[in-house]
Design a protein around this ligand. Structure first.
Ligand code: B16
Ligand code: MG
Length: 210
């Protein structure tokens, strides 16, 4: 393995609660029941697909494409405002230490995230310099479980896919790695997913794998 591709949300930093607050505002406006359990289903899922999951509980008049896009934009404006509160202090030092360790070992590191806000999040946390490449929601046309985001990340690292391994917390992300012929490490929710090749409970366990 010469490269490691990290999912962002749920692996490097968790912004679950911020997504939840922003989606809750939309759900309340549409009188849709929305709780942490539904929020967990949104992990690793693109913004528009997340909206469709939330709208499963919608009982009002049918919404057209423009209305759905307006709702997604409204959610994102709220989420971006909340991302403004992110601060380097919120980074788990085990994560930054491990990333530095892996780079010192000569591995190339990339981000492979569905989020269109990836670069802003990395900037807020002041960790842009820890990665050699970023592939995110702004450079893909198909979301996880499609492998596009990871295939692009490998190409940005100038490495063949078989020489890259993906670290993911979402089932959709592990499936994406598999269909891109990449091995994967499951953490968080994906720790329990048997399609991942390796399973870690804490981020620093990556040091034992390389
Ligand atoms: P945005 P990841 C994903 O990030 C999040 O887990 C998911 O909840 C979110 O809907 C998606 O990004 C899109 O994010 O609305 O910021 O473009 O886990 O792929 O890093
Ligand atoms: Mg994730």
């Amino acid at each position: 393995m010469k490269g490691i591709i990290f999912d962002l949300d749920g692996v490097i930093i968790s912004t679950d609660k911020l997504h939840y607050k922003a989606w809750k505002k939309i759900a309340d406006k549409l009188n849709i029941a929305f709780d942490e359990k539904i929020n967990n289903r949104l992990r690793g899922v693109s913004r528009m697909d997340s909206l469709e999951i939330i709208l499963e509980g919608y009982q009002g008049p049918a919404l057209n494409k423009e209305e759905k896009e307006a709702l997604a934009d409204e959610k994102n404006a709220c989420y971006v405002e909340l991302l403004g509160t992110l601060h380097p202090d919120q980074m788990n030092p085990d994560v930054t230490d491990t990333l530095r360790y892996l780079r010192e070992k000569g591995l190339k590191l990339a981000i492979g995230s569905s989020s269109k806000n990836t670069k802003y999040i990395l900037h807020q946390l002041e960790i842009e310099n820890l990665f050699d490449a970023v592939s995110d929601g702004t450079n893909i046309t198909k979301s996880k479980p499609d492998p596009e985001v990871f295939i692009k990340a490998a190409s940005f690292l100038e490495l063949p896919e078989e020489e890259c391994i993906v670290v993911e917390d979402a089932v959709a992300g592990i499936d994406a790695a598999r269909s891109g012929h990449m091995r994967s490490v499951g953490i968080g929710d994906a720790y329990f997913y048997n399609q991942a090749d390796y399973h870690i409970k804490t981020f620093s366990e990556l040091k034992n794998l390389f």
